[in-house]
Design a protein around this ligand. Sequence first.
Ligand SMILES: [Zn+2]
Length: 411
Amino acid sequence: MRRAVFLDRDGVINRALVRDGRPYPPAALDELEILPDAPAALADLKRLGYLLVVVTNQPDVGRGVQTREAVEAMHAELKRALPLDDVLVCYHTDSDRCDCRKPLPGLIFRAAERYGIDVRASYLIGDRWRDIEAGESAGCMTILIDRGYAERGPSAGPMHRVSSLRAAADWIGEPALNRLRVKLFADGADLNAIRSLAANPLIRGFTTNPTLMRKAGVTDYEAFARDALAAIADRPVSFEVFADEFVEMERQARKIAAWGDQVYVKIPITNSRAESSLDLVHRLSHSGVKVNVTALMAPDQILDAAAALAGGASAFLSVFAGRVSDTGRDPLPLMAAAVELLRPHPQMQLIWASPRELLNVFHADSVGCHVITATSDLLNKLSLVAKDLHGYSLETVRMFHDDASKANYLL
Ligand SMILES: [Zn+2]
């Protein structure tokens, strides 16, 4: 699924003619003036990977005061001068009762269908209430370029308000936690940390593994798990089996699954003798156990795990993207392909496991990965998202100065 920026036309990419405080479209090509900030702002959005789709009401055609040919000539010029992917037009008036005149979201849905756009991960930029309300009802994130027209504002939204297309494009390019689609899971086995993270609504689930549990000094597996589940009653939690024989693995899996509805059982893709776990995964998943297939790295492993889980209970596939990147391979194409592979199976969710840096949260989000698990080291860095770089630079300089002073270095 692709992401788009839906753009209104008049007052957003070309100058609207304002009379008595209200905006009007240019009447003909010679009145069309592309706003000076539009080419660079749209080029930046294009570089960020967005499809650029104009959605515009041109009711003067329906009213008979403007010809369709004149409008089409202007659109040909806009497409020539700007990196637009498409221009969708409603030529109707209110009395036509069409489904495409903004504030109705018909044009947005038509574009979404045509290009496979995920509207919830897309933006709409407009300068009038009709634009913003269309974007809101389609489920987009909306940005109003507030030009102070003498008319009412939107009754829903906007998510953000700016004074220019440039500012709207800059805002879209800024990283922001409240616009992430990927769900953050906390990976760990420290009960105090789990309790405090359970109070954080940003953390949408939890994962753990025997290595983390051992590091955290856990000695009684079930006691730890039950304490953790008591702290997190409302979100998914994954616990891992640790047996190496499939019969024993299955016994552990069924026992773990019985601890609660939100429990997922992590089954490694093979045992320690490289024997495939897929028969077990299939049997568990099709008997209602929520499985989290883990330690996935190679593309064929992801494919096989998805096939074993197809038609079964709700499941996670944990792909160790960070470990893949440790081998010098870019995990992004692998994860993007996995998202596509899982698209026909809404009960399966892809987990970006073992992230190596905070940026991976945004990588995962950009390819539509459902979940990213992060240890507390990484979660602590969330407060740095979109931090001012000059301020951050100054903090760094002060840290060097401070440490050198404390060390009493002399030269
Ligand atoms: Zn229409």
